[in-house]
Design a protein around this ligand. Sequence first.
Ligand code: SF4
Length: 706
Amino acid sequence: MTAVPTHCPYCALQCATTLHPVDRVQVSVQPRAIQAFEGGPTNRGGLCRKGWTAPEVLTVPDRLTTPLMRNAAGNLVAASWDEALDFVADRIRSLQASYGSDSVAVFGGGGLTNEKAYALGKFARVALRTANVDYNGRFCMSSAAAATNRAFGIDRGLPFPLADLGGAGVVLLVGSNLAETMPPAVAHLQSARDAGGLLVVDPRRTATAGLTADDAGIHLQATPGTDLALVLALTHVVLQEGLADTAYLSERTDDPEGLFRSTAAWWPERAERVTGVPAATIRRAARVLAAAAPVHGGDGVFILTGRGAEQHSKGTDTVTACINLALALGLPGRLGSGYGCITGQGNGQGGREHGQKADQLPGYRSISDPAARAHVARVWGVDPEDLPGPGKSAVELINALGTAGGPRALLVHGSNLLVSAPRLASVRERLAALDLLVVADVVPSETALLADVVFPVTQWAEEEGTMTSLEGRVLRRQAAIAPPGEVRSDLAVFAGLASRLGCGAAFSTDPAEVFEELRLASAGGKADYSGITWERIDAGEALFWPVPSPGHPGTPRLFADGFSTPDGRAHVVAVDHRPVADDLHAAAPMYLVTGRLLQHYQSGAQTRRVPELAAAEPEVFAEIHPRVAAQLGIADGRPMRLRTARGSMVLPARVTADVRPDTVFVPFHFGGSEAVNELTNDALDPVSRMPEFKACAVEVSAASLP
Ligand code: SF4
């Protein structure tokens, strides 16, 4: 049997693998060092345990292998594809006849291939003619996307290859736990650690923060929700101590004075009162950063943000503060330095480029831009006037489901809302109010189990397509085995429904054909894939978008000659600290923080089904500081109750000094009664519409087992 080169199904590092088919439905996996790009391939031939065990997801006992429809008794029972598609198409037609086109909504996912993400957006706009389409990337890196778009005029998670980190003197990680979410990426931090320059901002002493031990760097253990104040203070020190790259600021940014003004009041002692990080530590960190900056002859500085900085109601402004710090140090566009976002989901980058976002069309184009609408409409063979306008963002869409004037039907592809969305009681209520819920997935996720119709769809080792890594490098996903049972691609769902709805536009089920159309649709856009072919990728070319023509080598590094703004300068946006939306009060005096574990991926729908991973982290828990645990009479492993304004839950305590005394940490990968998003706040960032997963006030007490 042939060895098939492809990539891990999980995170945005997209580690390269080789699959060896074992039989018709099983594969074994080996790590693979892909064609090196200068400093080397992203994963350097490594895999984490999620990647090593990924083949097990292909054959989990409850793998969906046939369409399911809910019968009169309320049970999901097997159906044929024709029965299921006919039923869904009939319901859509009827609902749209009664309530209008926008009564049907579509929710996508950042794990879908580029081809599926593209087809999903086209299906929503052309076949359903609905404005209501968004995806779970809104919960992921949307704050970084919004911040980079307004500062640089473009959003590519890392505007440089990850391997560039390899020579840096300093890497500042703000709210990123790389050592658990992307373990092979830690190798790229070694140079900074050797120089004592790994700086980690995190309210927990995570595995990543632990890498700063032994003088390898500094852990800035800030109060949850105060990263913005901390970064303002770092920038203040850089500017006030004359450490900034003033020539860069005046030549490459639009408002150096604005940067000075917006940070002038954030002296370290003030920031200490807000963040809890000692003023002396803030000064030391700022000086370490500046010493490694190119303007001072250093080895380079990278500032990287993750979900810890971004999943806040001020996430966009926190990332903006990080970008402003990078500008003060003269980093973006300089070889060996820069700002970037560590995208999380497997195709979190490509997933936001091809039109499944409420406000965007393929090529990362604005749906409100007449020229963009005309271009995409031409490729799709429709009148631009017939394309809907911008729709509701994810949380706003969910909150509108089943309400007067809101969507009456929802089609979900590649997303498990009943674990991953905030304020789950409300999500459950809104889903239950729908006239039709359709879910396409590989396993019966918590959301699929609520559906009226479930479509069984292909997963990584069973399908062809492309994924775009956190670096903006477009990679090939290749099929090693045939899908089991009646499983089909999501593309078959879009094509089957579009034809039943009488849509004249073409919806191919061949991913190669879809990619060719995507190339045309993206041509001339910010994320221009028009010069990329599957053949070029298969030949080993390292293609980072934009690739605007067939002979173009790709663009590994952005901003060397200017930014993508109208004036070519980076735009300084003045930002200021503000409290979390649901801040501490007498009855709820601690912060609840959510996050990720080494063993699980996102909503855990896949990894909780892998025996080795489930055995290592079988259930949810809450980390609490020993001093607070003792005060509250909570022993390690014993039940504790968490109560927020959204609800309460009882879960076992994990007593550890790795969390701050004012903080409780709970991983979010678990469902049902273990889902911590029952407690989280859906207050939104005003720019990105990101909900505030990362901080809310919580009351903590000892509890007896339920
Ligand atoms: Fe690599 Fe991420 Fe897969 Fe782990 S989960 S093997 S880091 S792509």
